[in-house]
Design a protein around this ligand. Structure first.
Ligand SMILES: [Mg+2]
Length: 365
């Protein structure tokens, strides 16, 4: 890997509808496209934090600054010869996992294009089809929630995930079960509850959920272990599972039965694969979550999902479900609830769309 040039492009694309979770609401998708060039080949990665105080403290601004000031100059100067060496360098530099994921996934993409392999093959994955699940946010009323679910479920998604928070859990779940029967259903609380809520959360068992995702605070692995002992519904960690050590600790404590692996949250594909391997060895199924990312991040998540432990549908959805436009060709499109890896073995970046939605760009040599 002789990196000659890295180009960063910050793009902002309006969402089809505002996305509201327990911690906030967004109406635009920001991402930083990282293009890494070597010997006439370009690999693409996506650094994809949400704007504002949403999923984490990382913002497009902080991610851009860290890429420009620290990561990109260091990678060009040190020229790590392999992805393993690149990860060692990124470990040393620290900083936001989103910035790191942008450059790390671009290196995998470059290696795949240069060698004529799929990223899934480089990772060691074997699955050819990935099931996709529908995720919906929190809406102003039950009526609107049910109408939105009805529209999107027609595309054949394999499960439904609804966001919950205090005061928006039992009632919407009862309404969803009444309207959509035994659809495979899960919930995501994005850290909205406390240990004091464990008695209340036991009420969710009656809905036969596939899992409850990140009910308690990010740092409360012990609390998640108490909760998991108290309820039948499998607990899935998302925000808490930010690195290998956290997942090791969660397994030791019995904090969860399932792990959501996000490439952005863990800082790239190599870390994501390591967490997958750890969970797989310990009998914990995993699945690939999203921020959601635009198409580059989405396609990389599909390739990651070909590893054997990815046993639940991914949050990667059709481009048109969230975004008014997307930066890849072909666009992501669910067919009967699945993505075929062969359709996304490679992709082009749509330069016209990037030009249209570009906020800023900077090249490094
Ligand atoms: Mg989540």
């Amino acid at each position: 890997m002789n990196i000659e040039r890295i180009i960063l492009t910050h793009v902002r694309i309006p969402l089809e509808e505002p996305f509201t979770i327990s911690s906030g609401s967004v109406s635009e998708k920001d991402c930083i496209v990282v293009a890494v060039q070597s010997n006439g080949v370009t690999g693409y990665g996506e650094a994809s934090p949400m704007s504002g105080p949403f999923y984490s403290d990382d913002t497009p601004e902080s991610t851009w600054t860290y890429l420009v000031d620290v990561l990109v100059p260091a990678v060009i100067k040190e020229q790590p010869p392999t992805i393993g060496q690149l990860n060692l360098l990124l470990d040393r530099l620290g900083g936001t996992p989103f910035a790191r994921a942008g450059i790390e996934t671009a290196a995998w993409d470059l290696e795949a294009r240069a060698s004529g392999n799929h990223i899934s093959a480089l990772l060691g994955g074997g699955r050819s089809e990935i099931e996709s699940g529908l995720a919906v946010g929190i809406y102003p009323s039950i009526d609107i929630l049910l109408k939105r679910i009805e529209v999107y479920l027609k595309e054949g998604y394999k499960r439904l995930k609804i966001k919950i928070q205090k005061g928006w859990d039992v009632v919407p779940l009862r309404a969803v079960r009444k309207s959509f029967g035994d659809v495979p259903l899960m919930v995501d609380a994005n850290c909205a509850y406390n240990r004091d809520d464990i008695e209340h959360l036991k009420r969710l068992d009656e809905f036969g959920l596939m899992m409850i995702e990140q009910p308690l605070k990010k740092d409360d692995l012990e609390g998640h272990a108490f909760l998991q002992k108290a309820i039948e519904t499998p607990v899935c960690l998302d925000e808490s599972a930010d690195d290998v050590r956290s997942v090791e600790r969660a397994i030791e404590l019995g904090s969860c039965k399932i792990v959501n692996i996000k490439i952005q949250r863990v800082g790239g594909l190599q870390n994501a694969r390591t967490i997958h391997d750890l969970c797989h060895e310990n009998g914990l199924p995993v699945w690939a979550g999203t921020m959601p990312e635009l198409g580059i991040g989405g396609i990389h998540a599909l390739h990651l999902s070909t590893l054997p432990g990815f046993s639940y549908p991914t949050d990667v959805e059709s481009s048109a479900r969230w975004f008014t436009d997307d930066i890849v060709s072909p666009r992501l499109r669910v067919n009967d609830g699945v993505f075929r890896i062969a359709d996304y073995s490679s992709f082009d970046v749509d330069a016209e769309v990037i030009r249209k939605h570009k906020i800023r760009e900077q090249a490094f040599t």
